[in-house]
Write a protein that binds this ligand. Structure first.
Ligand code: ATP
Length: 264
């Protein structure tokens, strides 16, 4: 069976430089995540509580997971990720044990504990009655029990902030809330530039500017870039050209429907 918390593999390491269009978010994350992990003593000396956690909210595919991975790799912290819907689906008793185990591992630090789709734990409370309620209160207990000098920061992500119980935003829990929007045109151009750095593209500036006008998310951009690579491979070229991107955007095989429709 798959372990609930998947440690990141070194090959998959992403850094701040891979993330486009989110410079302001990255700066805030440096304050709220990087400083407490690298210099917990500075907070202690000032007599203030180091930030414990951040809630990232915004539409799917905008880079929330990527931000958490980059934060971990930038400070050489271990990255522990839990998909909350998987946790909620677990057997009664098993879910609680798994949650306790992942917090215990994260407390050993330095670590980033990424709780993806955090809203699922509150949805479970409504549906599963007693069991769901127990899981929510255990999550709060685990958060409240983190020693002040523990080198761990919690990053939670959600696409459905309205489902998140505001009790999770109390001091010492997820004390910072950051909105991750869909990228605007400048943001899309930045994502495109970063995700095609290693590629040769004919007339790159014009092609990327043309693509950036389309309303794509970061994940959709990745799908189109990958599709364009396949298109170039198919025609035996080592250089990408505008028709490769156009073909990728039109192909249902290489990208999802949202990307395909928004490109027409
Ligand atoms: P979900 O809510 O669906 O889990 P998410 O917000 O966590 O989505 P990610 O999983 O981080 O999104 O993004 C998926 C992929 O899309 C990333 O691995 C990356 O390739 C690409 N991507 C998304 N946003 C960005 C961005 N801002 N810069 C560069 N690439 C991005």
């Amino acid at each position: 069976e798959q372990p609930l918390a998947q440690p990141s593999s070194p090959q998959a390491a992403v850094g701040w430089g891979d993330i486009g269009g989110l410079d302001a978010v990255i700066e805030r994350l440096k304050e709220t995540i990087v400083w407490p992990l690298q210099h917990p003593e500075r907070f202690r000396r000032l007599g203030i509580r180091a930030p414990r956690g951040v809630l990232l909210h915004g539409p799917p595919g905008t880079g929330k997971t990527m931000l958490a991975q980059a934060a971990a790799s930038e400070v050489s912290a271990s990255f522990l990720a839990v998909a909350i819907p998987d946790l909620v689906k677990g057997e009664v008793g098993e879910s609680e044990k798994a949650l306790a185990a992942v917090f215990a591992a994260a407390r050993r630090g330095p670590s980033i504990l990424f709780l993806d789709e955090i809203e699922a734990i509150f949805g479970a409370r409504e549906q599963a009655g007693e069991t769901g309620r127990k899981l929510v209160s255990q999550l709060f207990l685990e958060m409240d029990a983190i020693p002040s000098d523990a080198r761990m920061v919690i990053l939670a992500a959600t696409n459905a902030p309205a489902m998140v119980d505001p009790a999770i935003l109390r001091a010492g829990r997820l004390d910072t809330v950051i909105h991750i929007p869909r990228p605007d045109e400048a943001g899309r151009l930045d994502i495109l530039r970063r995700s095609t750095r290693h590629l040769r593209i004919d007339d790159a500036d014009a092609v990327l500017a043309w693509l950036a006008r389309r309303s794509l998310s970061g994940a959709e951009i990745r799908a189109v870039v990958r599709g364009a690579c396949y298109a170039a491979i198919q025609r035996g070229s080592q250089t990408l050209a505008r028709p490769d991107f156009a073909a990728a955007a039109e192909s249902a095989i290489y990208c999802d429907n949202t990307a395909a429709t928004s490109l027409h």
